[in-house]
Design a binder for this molecule. Structure first.
Ligand code: GDP
Ligand code: MG
Length: 239
């Protein structure tokens, strides 16, 4: 059954398209973790609703409950990933002008759980001073948000592990946050090259604790259920 939001014109059955379910390091679902059905996961993420945009830490919602933040270079596909995960085509505005918005966008799920769209980085037209200011705000966010339970690091599968991504991976190590890498736009590559990219990134992060990686596509739903399961387990640590 397809219970996707009517706004979503990607009308294919999510689970049928999830062709990469076994492709990731499978360290995300703790033993005994009760995982809802694909349909219930979809319903859970569909409850996401925009809460607030923050230009700095003091404007963020109360630091209670748990949240998962999406980081990545401008244009990597963060907003598209959030839209696909929540089954809401227009939730996180997909910008055709990369780097324009420098705001942290919060989307509330049920029970003080949130998804957070962090500002993009790496767009050439953003001045250096702006980039440094952004970096300061982002680091403050990562350091001070005790409700931050995990970071989704979104990379274009065709250009993974850029300098920005390495900075993020260092911070993940420093702040001991979970990290799940989405190698997105997997629909742009044939299976062979996509798997090759997956193996390379897996190899690069194999010594990094609490870090996993998978293929993803906001366009055709590759890896959708796997990503939802990872985020759900982070947001429900006791279940
Ligand atoms: N083919 C394909 N294009 C994608 C995918 N995800 C994002 N895009 C495109 O990449 C561009 C940037 O996406 P966006 O979500 O705005 O990136 P953000 O800057 O990281 O939030 C847009 O033109 C999207 O349509 C995907 O999985 N497959
Ligand atoms: Mg965006």
């Amino acid at each position: 059954m397809n219970t996707d939001n009517p706004n979503n014109d990607l009308s294919s059955d999510d689970s049928a398209n999830d062709s990469s379910a076994n492709n990731s390091l499978s360290e995300n679902s703790a033993p005994g973790h009760l995982m809802p059905s694909a349909e219930d996961l979809q319903k859970y993420f569909q409850t996401a609703a925009f809460t607030v945009s923050a230009a700095k830490l003091t404007q963020c919602p109360a630091n209670v409950g748990l949240e998962v933040a999406f980081a990545g270079r401008s244009n990597a596909g963060k907003s598209s990933a959030i839209n696909r995960l929540t089954g809401q085509k227009k939730l996180a505005r997909i910008s055709k002008t990369p780097g324009r918005t420098q705001l942290i966008n919060f989307f509330g799920l049920r029970d003080e759980q949130r998804l957070v769209d962090l500002p993009g980085y790496g767009y050439a037209k953003v001045a250096l001073a702006k980039k440094l200011e952004w970096q300061k705000h982002l680091e403050q966010y990562l350091e001070k948000r005790s409700s931050l339970t995990g970071l989704v690091l979104v990379m274009d599968v065709r250009h993974p592990l850029q300098p920005f991504d390495s900075i993020m991976l260092d911070w993940v190590k420093q702040y001991e946050t979970h990290c799940h890498i989405l190698l997105t736009k997997a629909d742009k590559l044939k299976r062979g090259p996509a798997m090759q990219a997956l193996f390379e990134v897996q190899k690069a992060v194999k010594d990094q604790e609490h870090t996993s990686v998978q293929l993803f596509s906001a366009t055709n739903g590759t890896g959708l259920e796997e990503a939802r399961e990872t985020l759900f387990s982070w947001l429900h640590p006791q279940e």
